[in-house]
Design a protein around this ligand. Structure first.
Ligand SMILES: Cc1cc2nc3c(=O)[nH]c(=O)nc-3n(C[C@H](O)[C@H](O)[C@H](O)COP(=O)(O)OP(=O)(O)OC[C@H]3O[C@@H](n4cnc5c(N)ncnc54)[C@H](O)[C@@H]3O)c2cc1C
Length: 414
């Protein structure tokens, strides 16, 4: 394939229409972040989320073979950049729902897909899905053998059903709009207490409202202030035996596959936040003299700092797009590129936003400027979707240790 980053006419259209939607609809919804409790803030975003669904944006994230309108991960990246740069909270509610559907898309039987995806293909309501991996006490070592605890949530068969018991934490939108559970939860749980981790963990779908879901608290997060990440228990939750996703025991592999797709998008989240910070800083530098003779962009130090920031933004965007393309093409280097895009874009965002605060100076420290919100949102990127220390760098480390690892696969030389 020739190297060509030109967007198709449809992709350009998607970029412009989603940019307009973000400006007209998502921008106003930022006011929800000022409310006092995490649940109030989340609930206040419901009309905006409904508008996203009604405008077909959730459908645009569900692959066409499953009945949606998504044409690939690059399209997701285009959409995510436009939305996330304006409102990270409600965008994460939509993309967290897509993450919640991924185990179904990857491992569900055709009948189960048809049944469970139905509400998400409509252009009405505010359907939510949650991918329930993280647990109180940590999840980086979900695949640990004993004496490590690994996944602590347990599921046992009883008659034709699964009975699930455990606790989960940090799962986007999992307890839903009313604490009774999202429309569907994909729960990572231990289905065989005796088997080694790569055969002991499974993912099981549970439909809401969930009898036995015990809401504990909504976490008051540093950023993504109007996005819901609850802590909750699952007490004797009953779900049909056929809601097992993929093979029994394939849960770790299914989790890894789901989180590979999202990694490339987290790189784009970083681009989105850096881009918003850059736009503000560039305008400020061109228009503000700060009591001097010239706009501050005339100072070389300011111009060079802007140059460094913009270079990083472009590099992060193209690495993420490359990773999305590799995932769509099922290239052998896709996993490596996706993880690298996640690490690079997420860590660059934290650094570049603080660098741009130095360009703007003290007025960047006022909540009227966007930096506090952008930085607070950015701080999540290196530590969610698999922390860069506990999960993502370990993935690369494991790849590099394999005897068949090909370091040139990522540049398409093989
Ligand atoms: C806004 C938001 C949304 C989220 N949405 C979801 C969601 O929808 N679903 C979901 O399941 N989770 C979700 N999470 C949680 C999050 O993605 C994971 O819990 C997190 O990525 C795992 O955290 P961790 O890597 O820090 O693991 P932890 O287990 O908490 O590890 C903590 C730290 O210990 C160290 N560490 C642990 N083990 C190792 C090791 N083996 N090697 C090296 N270092 C190690 C690392 O420094 C690591 O950072 C969300 C979080 C946020 C903030």
């Amino acid at each position: 394939m020739a190297i060509d980053f030109t967007l198709t006419a449809q992709q350009r259209d998607l970029q412009l229409t989603s940019r307009k939607f973000a400006k007209e609809v998502l921008n106003d919804a930022k006011a929800a972040e000022l409310l006092s409790s995490p649940e109030e803030r989340f609930l206040a975003t419901k009309p905006t989320y409904e508008a996203m669904v009604a405008s077909g944006y959730l459908r645009k994230c569900i692959p066409a073979p499953a009945g949606g309108d998504n044409a690939g991960l690059i399209d997701m990246a285009i959409l995510a950049e436009e939305f996330y740069s304006v409102n990270a909270s409600v965008t994460l509610t939509m993309l967290g729902t897509v993450l919640g559907l991924l185990p179904i898309l990857l491992g569900g039987t055709p009948d189960l897909c048809k049944w469970l995806l139905g509400p998400f293909l409509k252009t009405s309501g505010a359907p939510l899905a949650g991918f329930c991996s993280s647990e109180p006490g940590g999840s980086a070592n979900a695949g640990s053998p004993p004496p490590g605890e690994g996944v602590r949530t347990m599921a046992r068969r009883e008659g034709g059903n699964w009975i699930i018991n455990g606790r989960k934490k940090w799962v986007s939108s999992a307890t839903g709009w009313n604490r009774e559970g999202a429309d569907v939860l994909c729960v990572v749980c231990r289905t065989d207490p005796a088997a080694p981790p790569d055969a002991a963990i499974s993912i099981i779908a549970v439909e809401g409202p969930v009898t036995g879901l015990v809401f504990e608290r909504a976490i008051d997060t540093i950023g993504h202030r109007a996005h819901l990440v609850p802590q909750f228990g699952l007490q004797n939750v009953v779900t049909p035996g056929h809601n097992l996703l993929g093979q029994e025991g394939s849960g770790l592999a299914l989790t890894a596959a789901a989180f590979t797709g999202t990694a490339a998008l987290v790189g784009i989240f970083g681009v989105a936040l850096m881009r918003a910070a850059f736009e503000f800083a560039l305008h400020f530098a061109r228009t503000e003299k700060r009591g001097g003779v010239h706009p501050i962009i005339e100072h070389q130090a300011v111009g060079y700092a802007l140059a460094d920031a913009k270079t990083t933004i472009e590099a992060a965007r193209y690495l993420s797009w490359r990773a999305c393309h590799a995932l769509d093409a099922q290239s052998p280097a896709a996993e490596e590129l996706a993880v690298e895009a996640k690490i690079f874009g997420s860590e660059a965002a934290v650094r570049v936003i603080t660098d741009l605060m130095r360009v703007v100076g003290i007025d960047s420290y006022d909540h009227e400027a966007p930096f506090a919100r952008l930085l607070q949102d950015a701080l999540a990127l290196p530590i969610f979707d698999g922390g860069n220390m506990g999960v993502r760098r370990r993935q690369l480390h494991m790849m590099f240790r394999r005897s068949d690892y090909d370091s040139l696969a990522a540049c398409g030389a093989t």
